[in-house]
Design a protein around this ligand. Structure first.
Ligand SMILES: CC(C)(COP(=O)(O)OP(=O)(O)OC[C@H]1O[C@@H](n2cnc3c(N)ncnc32)[C@H](O)[C@@H]1OP(=O)(O)O)[C@@H](O)C(=O)NCCC(=O)NCCS
Length: 196
């Protein structure tokens, strides 16, 4: 006789321990700007601009003019500022710029622009410039620059910008450094206006 199928014993369901509720997310670190405007993340306005250095940008020895790079830095930074403000912006200050290595014709120049700090109507943008030799893949850090832009309304008047949300220690470090640079710029500008 065929053996009777053994009854499978019913297993008692294991009671899962109740998972405790997720701890509440820490409050967002929101700084500067006009609190009536929706705050923006640094990543919302970050920009990367890449372009090939053609001979018309260079001297007869094939080195790209520093002024051409400064112009690109101003443009790249301006786009990051406009993306943050969602308004037209003008450059009000550009810190001194040092070129660490030459940029040659044929290089692929890349600019990374990021809003570091925002005041009421002004914003500091940091721009890092790198040149890549696309044949060897070698990348050199050409220079970094800090620029201040002011957002304008349709009448050409300075207008408030959104606050900035800081999400990492690096963004907080950049904020503090940007705030210190802006204090220094304004102190220098005051000195100049007092001496004239
Ligand atoms: C930028 C401009 C609109 C400011 O106008 P304004 O009525 O003088 O405005 P304010 O004095 O209120 O300054 C506006 C902001 O710029 C900041 N600012 C002014 N001078 C500055 C300087 N030298 N460095 C850094 N920031 C400066 C102020 O601190 C203020 O910031 P905040 O609102 O965040 O506190 C005006 O100066 C201008 O049109 N400049 C020419 C810009 C230009 O043509 N750029 C080159 C071509 S894009």
């Amino acid at each position: 006789m065929p053996a009777k199928n053994k009854r499978t014993s019913k297993t008692t369901p294991v009671r899962r321990a109740r998972t405790s509720a997720k701890p509440p997310a820490p409050p967002l670190d929101i700084r500067g700007g006009d609190k009536t405007l929706a705050p923006k993340r640094v990543s919302d306005s970050q920009m990367r601009l890449s372009l090939v250095m053609n001979p018309d940008l260079a001297n007869p020895l094939g080195n790209v003019h520093g002024g051409e790079i400064m112009k690109l830095v101003d443009e790249g930074g301006g786009f990051a500022a406009m993306k943050h403000a969602r308004n037209v912006t003008v450059t009000v200050a550009m810190d001194s710029m040092t070129f660490l290595s030459p940029v040659h014709v044929g290089a692929l120049l890349s600019l990374n622009a990021s809003v570091n700090w925002v005041g009421r109507t002004s914003m500091e943008v940091g721009v890092r410039v790198e040149a890549e030799n696309v044949v060897t893949g070698h990348i050199t850090h050409t220079n970094s620059a800090y620029l201040v832009y002011v957002a304008l309304d349709q009448y050409g008047q300075a207008t408030p910008v959104p606050p900035l949300i800081l999400e990492s220690d690096e963004e907080r470090r950049r904020w503090e450094e940007g705030a210190a640079r802006q204090r220094y710029r304004l102190a220098q500008a005051n000195k100049k206006s007092n001496s004239t």
